[in-house]
Design a protein around this ligand. Structure first.
Ligand code: UGA
Length: 434
């Protein structure tokens, strides 16, 4: 099948590389000049495990890089839209990039093209777009909503082994073409109307965010009654109706999806005069996790001014260099504004961090550096990179200064071991008397 993928962010690049790897002929269109030239020179601009290898294998073979639709052969049967849908300050979603792409596609193509929406758009968007752009044309287009459930860090595995494929369309032919597109993927295909497919994406992310905020609230209560949240999460997770995933407490969720999509759903609810109390609480709880972390460090160091603190982790989660809405960076911001002397470390997100936050006066360190922790009074684990878990914590203890605090913002270290070494070990909802 001949396919054009518009937008080379995480979703666009993973889709383009995986489809090209499956033998489809794929053109990817990227307008950003810097990203386009990186791709055109055969380099992968993002860090996603295995993606560089797939790209290398398919580049100029089944995968072609363009910066405009004009140079894409007018014979593609499917156009996948994977451009950004950023949040506005009021939480509503900015659809301007989507509208530009639809305008370009409808002007460029004079035959029945299947337009597939992979960007996350608020429920109702597809219907509005079809009314606005297709109704006035004398050409036929097929519209399919195909929300994406890939996780950064495991996107390729998620592409080939998804829990399900959701397809929303008004047109049976649209569903058939998508089944052909995904012929090599074994997963249940759930078909529905366009608006329900759009809502499925928001509901999935909102539900996962709810699980995280729920366990964070339980963790707070565990601290008060001296229970252990890790045991509680395990105890409830075996219940198949609850499941073991997304029950890890800590400094909260970040990234380009959960924060934006929960705000987007909240804004949509308001627009429809519905008070989504539960979702608002989920967002509020998540925001507060960073404050709780800073309070814990402040208390343990008896203030922050002039205190030496090393923050481990800038990426919003391990396995990515994505720093968007990273809770670790919010912690760094709060420490800097309280005049702490901050060192930061991340295995791969350091460059993207430096490019965006050069205004802060910080010390940079490498995770393999023997300097890590030297003269720090506290260490904050903000991202649960495996490299951090495996550090030589005894050596770090010896390099640190009193009171040698560890704030484990991801409950990822062995609490007993840390205490045995001698650290003042703080986490979220873990018993302190162990
Ligand atoms: C999320 C969803 O998991 C994907 O299904 C979805 O496709 C994607 O958003 C999207 O909408 O594009 P992602 O943002 O890559 O994927 O990351 P997650 O693994 O879901 O983690 C999100 C955040 O939640 C991270 O900051 C992580 O540290 C945090 N988290 C996750 C917790 O705090 N506790 C948990 O138990 C799990």
């Amino acid at each position: 099948m001949k396919i054009v993928v518009i937008g080379s962010g995480y979703v666009g690049l993973v889709s383009a590389c995986c489809l090209a790897n499956s033998g489809h002929e794929v053109w990817t269109v990227e307008k950003d000049p810097k990203r386009f030239s990186t791709l055109k020179e055969g380099h992968m601009p993002i860090h996603e495990a295995g993606l560089d290898k797939l790209f290398e294998k398919c580049f100029n073979n089944t995968l072609f890089v363009e910066n405009s639709l004009r140079t894409v052969p007018n014979a593609v049967s499917v156009a996948i839209i994977a451009v950004g849908t950023p949040s506005r300050t009021d939480g509503t979603v900015d659809l301007s990039q989507i509208e530009t792409v639809i305008e370009e596609l409808t002007a460029w193509c004079d035959y029945n093209l299947t337009i597939v929406m992979k960007s996350t758009v608020p429920p109702g968007t597809g219907q509005e777009l079809m009314k606005k752009y297709f109704a006035r044309l004398d050409k036929d287009f097929t519209y399919v909503s195909n929300p994406e459930f890939l996780r950064e860090g495991s996107a390729i595995a998620d592409w080939y082994l998804p829990d399900r494929i959701v397809l929303g369309s008004t047109n049976e032919a649209g569903i058939q073409i998508m089944e052909e597109l995904y012929a090599d993927i074994k997963a249940p295909i759930v078909t529905m109307d366009v608006t329900s497919a759009e809502m499925t994406k928001y509901a999935a992310n909102a539900f996962l965010a709810t699980k995280i905020s729920f366990i964070n609230e339980i963790a707070c209560l565990c601290e008060k009654v001296s229970a252990d949240v890790d045991c509680v999460a395990k105890g409830i997770g075996f219940d198949k109706r609850i499941g073991p995933h997304f029950l890890k407490p800590g400094i909260g969720y970040g990234g380009s999806c959960f924060p934006k999509d929960t705000r987007g759903l909240e804004a949509l609810s308001k627009r429809h005069d519905h008070s989504f109390h539960l979702l608002s609480a989920v967002i509020e709880v998540n925001k507060n996790q960073v404050n709780l972390a800073v309070e814990k460090i402040t208390k343990s160091l008896d203030g922050l001014e002039g205190k030496r603190i090393c923050v481990l982790g800038l990426a919003f989660k391990p396995g990515t260099d994505d720093i968007r809405e990273s809770p670790g960076i919010e912690i760094v911001a709060k420490l800097v504004s309280a005049k702490a002397l901050v060192t930061v470390v991340d295995p791969i997100a350091m460059e993207s961090f430096k490019a965006k936050y050069s205004q802060w006066k910080l010390t940079y360190c490498h995770e393999e550096s023997l300097e890590l922790g030297t003269n720090s009074q506290a260490i904050v684990i903000a991202t649960d990179w495996p490299q951090f878990i495996q550090l030589d914590w005894c050596a770090i203890y010896n390099r640190m200064l009193q009171p040698r605090v560890i704030l484990d913002g991801r409950n990822c270290l062995d609490a007993e071991k840390m205490k045995r070494i001698g650290f003042v070990y703080l986490a979220f909802g873990r018993r302190n008397d162990l």
